[in-house]
Write a protein that binds this ligand. Structure first.
Ligand code: MBD
Ligand code: FE
Length: 324
């Protein structure tokens, strides 16, 4: 087929009407973004001769993604989360804010309001029969190496099946989710279990998209962090446990060389006793360096709808009443 109508005056005028550019009300930024987005898609339909059948199967797939709240899962799979990180890295570089621990994506599975502790917390509820004991510890410092006492370290990770509490209703509330404030030496410590990697559910709409691209939906074993302290830039990051087959083949593109850490098995009786563990365990050490900033807006995580956070905000964003 050789039909190409995109560049005709009819289609160009039509795009103005579709995006409300010929109307007084509404939001100027929304109009310009919708104009660009719809124009790019119209052009794509023209260029690829997209059929009616293809178009409506795409609409159906979007409905399936939405009804199963999977856009937050497809988003990292299609690299949007990592692309936003690349942009933030470039913004930091331009502003000469560098040298701290690298950021990497938050992912869709954070839940606000986890139990808080000072210095140490046990994160697992002891119910995971296959959970291998983990001792997770580290020091938070500034980029000059000074310890940061009282830093807020939020940690969340999956269980031995790759499931996250709240989303996986078989787990207890806030299992494997804790907020730990660093001690006077800037240290945090958690007793938990070694997580397994996450896999996109077989047959789910996100899986359908990935399969059509010849891709898998696996993530390596990883542990999420938010780290913040007054006077320092908020850090969203993750560590990947070394040796996982997907460490450098993550469907969500979150792995960074500096964030791959080993889990070292410890069997010495005195080490087990010192930590009051029940037997051999794996130690994971992750130190964090925070860059310094006076800008208060950089000291907190960016706004985003999150489970159990700002329910009001979330409702208004979903109703489309928030600013674009
Ligand atoms: C996860 O655990 C995750 O961190 C991301 C980014 C996507 C799916 C599951
Ligand atoms: Fe995750």
């Amino acid at each position: 087929m050789t039909v190409k109508i995109f560049d005709t005056p009819e289609v160009q005028d039509f795009l103005e009407a579709v995006s409300g550019l010929d109307q007084q009300g509404g939001n100027e930024r929304a109009k310009r973004i919708v104009h660009r987005l719809v124009a790019d898609l119209f052009k794509l339909i023209d260029d690829f001769d997209v059929t009616e059948e293809e178009y409506w199967s795409a609409v159906n797939l979007l409905n399936a993604l939405g009804s199963q709240t999977q856009f937050g899962l497809l988003s990292p799979g299609l690299g949007f989360d990592h692309f936003l990180d690349m942009r933030q890295d470039a913004i930091d570089a331009e502003a000469r804010r560098s040298g701290g621990t690298p950021r990497t994506i938050e992912g869709p599975l954070y839940v606000a309001g986890a139990p808080e502790a000072e210095g140490f917390a046990r994160m697992d509820d002891g119910q995971d029969q296959n959970g291998e004991a983990m001792w997770l510890t580290g020091q938070v410092r500034d980029v000059d190496g000074n310890p940061v006492a009282g830093a807020k370290v939020e940690i969340w990770h999956a269980n031995s099946k790759g499931g996250y509490s709240f989303f996986d209703k078989t787990q207890s509330e806030y299992n494997l989710r804790r907020t730990i404030y660093t001690d006077s030496e800037g240290r945090y410590t958690a007793r938990s279990i070694i997580p397994s990697g996450y896999g996109v559910p077989e047959g789910a709409p996100t899986d359908v998209v990935l399969k059509s691209l010849g891709r898998h939906g696996e993530r390596p074993a990883h542990i999420h962090y938010f780290v913040s302290a007054p006077g320092h830039q908020h850090l969203t990051t993750q560590i990947n446990l070394a040796g996982d087959p997907y460490t450098f083949d993550d469907f969500a593109f979150a792995t960074r060389e500096e964030l791959v850490v080993p889990a070292n098995r410890i069997e010495a009786a005195d080490e087990i006793a010192k930590r009051e563990m029940d037997g051999p365990f794996c130690e994971v050490v992750f130190d964090v360096a925070l860059s310094t900033t006076d800008a208060t807006e950089l000291q907190v995580r960016h706004k985003r709808p999150r489970a159990k956070e700002d329910e009001q905000d979330q409702a208004s964003q979903q109703a489309g009443t928030a600013k674009v």
